[in-house]
Design a binder for this molecule. Sequence first.
Ligand SMILES: Nc1ncnc2c1ncn2[C@@H]1O[C@H](COP(=O)(O)OP(=O)(O)O)[C@@H](O)[C@H]1O
Ligand SMILES: CC(C)(COP(=O)(O)O)[C@@H](O)C(=O)NCCC(=O)O
Ligand SMILES: [K+]
Length: 259
Amino acid sequence: MLLCIDTGNTNTVFSIWDGTDFIATWRTSTEVQRTADQYYVWLSTLMNFQKIEADITEVIISSTVPRVVFNLRVFANRYFDCRPLVVGKPECLLPIDARVDVGTIVGPDRLVNSAAAFDKFGGDLIVVDFGTATTFDVVAHDGAYVGGVISPGVNTSLESLHLKAAALPHVDVTMPDKVIGTNTVACMQSGVFWGYVGLIRETCNRIKDEYGRPMRVIATGGLAPLFNQGHKLFDEFDEFLTIHGLVVIHQYNKDQGNL
Ligand SMILES: Nc1ncnc2c1ncn2[C@@H]1O[C@H](COP(=O)(O)OP(=O)(O)O)[C@@H](O)[C@H]1O
Ligand SMILES: CC(C)(COP(=O)(O)O)[C@@H](O)C(=O)NCCC(=O)O
Ligand SMILES: [K+]
């Protein structure tokens, strides 16, 4: 079975693919200090608890945090006796091109999202991923990643308000009933929520104008449904787009005789 690991700047998702389905998915916070042994203790405890009997023989990793990759590699070697495929490394083939400026190192999550979205929805897409940053990835008609937009993440925006302004508390994002807040928390929630609806709409509209062909907007990340309520910002939502992309890329490397 294949263990898919998707490390973002905030959270890391582990998911086990049995060849047909994801049989289990777990999330842990991303910490650069975590060792291979700590990953194993955490994962095996959850597997035992949920009585998941998985014979993991292959591992694929996508990480937006370069420093965690070393320990994840050791984890794969030591506990599953395999050499993991790491997206973004030269030995990992990609089913799509990246047409960007020479020398640009595109976040592996964006390449994985593009490959996943092309596999599921075809080309001419905008993929919006709500993570630590909110990324907009433009997927061309042939599946190539041709650039995009990086915006501050929703929680990153709220957190930096709290960190920079002495009188502003930590708040969670939610959809306010009204725009005009009558207390501090409501004002902050309104600013981030409605500001973000505008950010998404304006960014997608400008991408579409510049691209010049009809495009579909695909959203992923836990906060996507919150922003879609009544606003019709996205054509499709897929919570598990990134891990689907890891399976697609792993299969591509197999098909190419690279594994
Ligand atoms: N379903 C959800 N509801 C509310 N907040 C969420 C949900 N899923 C993720 N988040 C929050 O969104 C932010 C980004 O999370 P995540 O997608 O895991 O980021 P990354 O991929 O960058 O690690 C985090 O602050 C996380 O707590
Ligand atoms: C933009 C990102 C920080 C998003 O990461 P995430 O929010 O998923 O943690 C990541 O894709 C990244 O570090 N990209 C490198 C620069 C680029 O993609 O052009
Ligand atoms: K992201």
